[in-house]
Write a protein that binds this ligand. Structure first.
Ligand code: UDP
Ligand code: MG
Length: 219
């Protein structure tokens, strides 16, 4: 079976490798939660202990924005500063390329944590359009955290992160976007019984203990 996201690569891959790679379907866990809920921190810990590859949609967008020859750099920049959600065509392309690259380098690496995506209906529709049947979404790991705590963490991070959106003005917009656009996506998955909720307002280690319980159970 040819797995869609990898189809474009099939011509370039030698036979033996090709057979293995093309039979693997990416297994995806979406990681969602407000800005500063601890998605990135917890994903890094998951990678240390489990066989997942961490793909942060935000990091991929920032990386693309920084590429001198990028056609999308400017549009990404303005969306991020405004706390708005970049059109899905851009994001999904980056995610797909990152998954392809990982699986091409090591055929056993087909388990992905996709962090900070899907954030709105446009993201979800784009994913369904492009990836339905080509990747399995196992569940959604939802880091549930009080907005006040989230803002405090981002402002603290802003002292050293150098991120253009870790300031009070952008944060107000990001929280608004999260509540208006992302929460309904989480609720949709909730109705499908796919959400695993973690109380993310606690310490990093306490939160990770809960994460481990979920992952040990889900496999
Ligand atoms: N972003 C986006 N689409 C995505 C992920 C991120 O447009 O799928 C943009 C959006 O403007 C968001 C910003 O990137 O506010 C930062 O996202 P990131 O996930 O890095 O922030 P976090 O939630 O981890 O604080
Ligand atoms: Mg993040």
């Amino acid at each position: 079976m040819i797995v869609g996201p990898l189809r474009s690569l099939s011509a370039r891959v030698p036979g033996a490798v090709r057979r293995i790679v093309l039979t693997m379907k990416p297994q995806v866990v979406f990681v969602l939660g407000g800005p500063g809920a601890g998605k990135g921190t917890q994903c890094a810990k998951i990678v240390e202990h489990y066989g997942y590859t961490h793909l942060s949609a935000g990091d991929l967008l920032r990386e693309e924005r920084g590429r001198p020859d990028s056609k999308s750099g400017q549009i990404i920049d303005s969306y991020i500063k405004e706390g708005k959600i970049v059109p899905v065509e851009i994001t999904i392309n980056l995610l797909r390329k990152a998954m392809e690259k990982t699986m091409m380098a090591n055929e056993n690496k087909f388990r992905f944590l996709i962090d900070g995506f899907p954030r709105n209906q446009d993201n979800l529709q784009g994913w369904t359009r492009e990836m339905d049947g080509k990747a399995d979404v196992k569940f959604v790991l939802f880091f549930d955290c009080d907005n006040e705590v989230c803002v405090g963490r981002c402002l603290e991070r802003g002292k050293s992160s150098g991120r253009s959106d870790d300031n009070r003005e952008s944060l107000v917009k990001r929280i608004q976007t999260y509540l208006q656009c992302t929460r309904p996506i989480i609720e949709q998955y909730e109705q499908q019984g796919k959400v695993r909720t973690i109380d993310a307002s606690r310490s990093v280690d306490e939160v990770f203990d809960s994460v481990k319980k979920v992952l040990d159970k889900e496999g």
